[in-house]
Ligand binder design. Structure first.
Ligand SMILES: Cc1cc2nc3c(=O)[nH]c(=O)nc-3n(C[C@H](O)[C@H](O)[C@H](O)COP(=O)(O)OP(=O)(O)OC[C@H]3O[C@@H](n4cnc5c(N)ncnc54)[C@H](O)[C@@H]3O)c2cc1C
Length: 245
């Protein structure tokens, strides 16, 4: 960034002021930063199952990224937890990587519009366990099995596995300062095709926004798209802001 008129300020953003004439954010270091445009890119974290054995086996068989870790499980049994698009995509990715997949989900049917759903139905290496939930992850140095409970009668059984992929959605890092911005059904900030949020001059990029593509490459593209959208917005509204542009 040498030679560019860019200032980097370190700190946790704690509040966002969206009133006229200028937008501003405040950080936990006490700084108040003004801008004509703000792009929120605060990310998202995979939602945890919150069961015994999950935290203990993080990176020891518990993984949030099927596309990253799938090749490690070629020829081995893995469990994917969840019944939505995220889980269906993870199960399909792992099957393609050569794993045998058990998909544990609480409902009778999968709740998905993913094109990968067809693969779940037809692949001999994906087995669906409906009406079920993982209640414990077992293992020593790495995962060896999960305890699965029936949501119908409460009975439990142990399923041997080398890995568990929780795929129950993401927690968008929606800091309190964005609470007035509209969100989508997935909890991400709602945006239009220019990545503009519901508040004039505020844009969202990456995993913080609704409908994000979940990969680094998508996040990079989003950064560029939000910058382009912001520039376009500023061309039309710049003279309404504090210094007229
Ligand atoms: C375990 C795991 C493995 C992954 N592996 C891959 C992979 O191999 N390939 C791939 O393409 N994708 C992978 N992904 C997905 C990829 O990490 C995300 O798609 C990408 O990081 C999203 O980028 P982002 O900039 O939107 O958010 P992030 O990368 O999460 O960045 C958000 C940033 O905002 C900061 N922040 C949050 N709140 C505030 C605040 N209030 N004030 C200031 N800063 C704040 C955070 O500290 C963070 O630095 C993986 C994800 C996970 C969870």
């Amino acid at each position: 960034l040498d030679g560019l008129n860019v200032t980097i300020e370190f700190g946790q953003v704690t509040s966002l002021h969206v009133g006229a004439p200028a937008l501003s954010v405040s950080t936990d270091t006490g700084a108040v930063l003004e801008g004509d445009v703000i792009i929120v890119a605060t990310g998202a974290s995979p939602r945890r199952l919150g069961v015994p054995g999950e935290a203990e086996h993080e990176h020891q068989g518990v993984s949030q990224c099927a596309s990253c870790d799938g090749p490690l499980y070629r020829g081995r049994a893995v469990v994917v937890v969840g019944g939505g698009d995220h889980a269906v995509d993870a199960a399909s990715t792992l099957e393609v990587a050569g794993a045998s997949v058990t998909l544990v989900h609480p409902s009778a049917a999968l709740d998905t519009t993913s094109v990968a759903a067809r693969r779940i139905e037809t692949s001999a290496r994906i087995r669906s366990m409906p009406h079920s939930e993982v209640v414990e992850i077992l293992g020593d140095d790495s995962v060896t099995a999960v305890v699965v409970r029936s949501v119908i009668d409460g009975s439990t059984r142990t399923v041997e596995t080398s890995a568990v992929f929780p795929a129950v959605g993401f927690e968008v890092q929606k800091p309190p300062f964005t609470s007035e911005l509209e969100t989508g059904t997935g909890g991400g900030l709602a945006v239009n095709p220019d990545l503009a949020t519901s508040d004039s001059g505020v844009f969202a990029a990456g995993a913080a926004r609704e409908g994000f593509g979940a990969q680094w490459a998508s996040a990079l593209g989003d950064g560029a798209a939000a910058a382009a959208g912001a520039l376009e917005w500023w061309r039309h509204h710049g003279d309404e802001t504090t210094d007229g542009g």
